[in-house]
Design a protein around this ligand. Sequence first.
Ligand SMILES: [Zn+2]
Length: 145
Amino acid sequence: MSTTHDPDHRTAHVIGLERDEEDGTLLLRARCSECRKTVLHGAGTDLDAVQLGWRVGHCGCGDYELTDPHRVVPQRLRVLRREDASFREHLQVAAHRRRVEDAEEAHRRALAEARTLPPREARRLRREAAEVLDAVRAALPEAAE
Ligand SMILES: [Zn+2]
């Protein structure tokens, strides 16, 4: 639809796409082509479902179509996807570190408890605790839930 010169076809050009740090909402920042005011429009939380199109105007000019003549959205989506990926990776690494620390603590407790047990049970407890610790240490962070 190339009706950009139709005076009734108002547009607002996208100048930014950000994610609200608090609630994860995607925010499209645009500039009304008529009054040049900067407006913000929510765009859901899904990077794969960002939509432009008609919006109720936030500037007093009436409705306008959000358009992206400068290809801001695809460029920002690439950056946001990278940020999401590294954030998820960070969470996985942190969760793995916590599981290893928990397993080390459980291992220490088992060794202490083994000292109070008859030799055969002590050996079994130590072996089981060591196996659990090895398994947790060997697990990759990606295996995190
Ligand atoms: Zn306006």
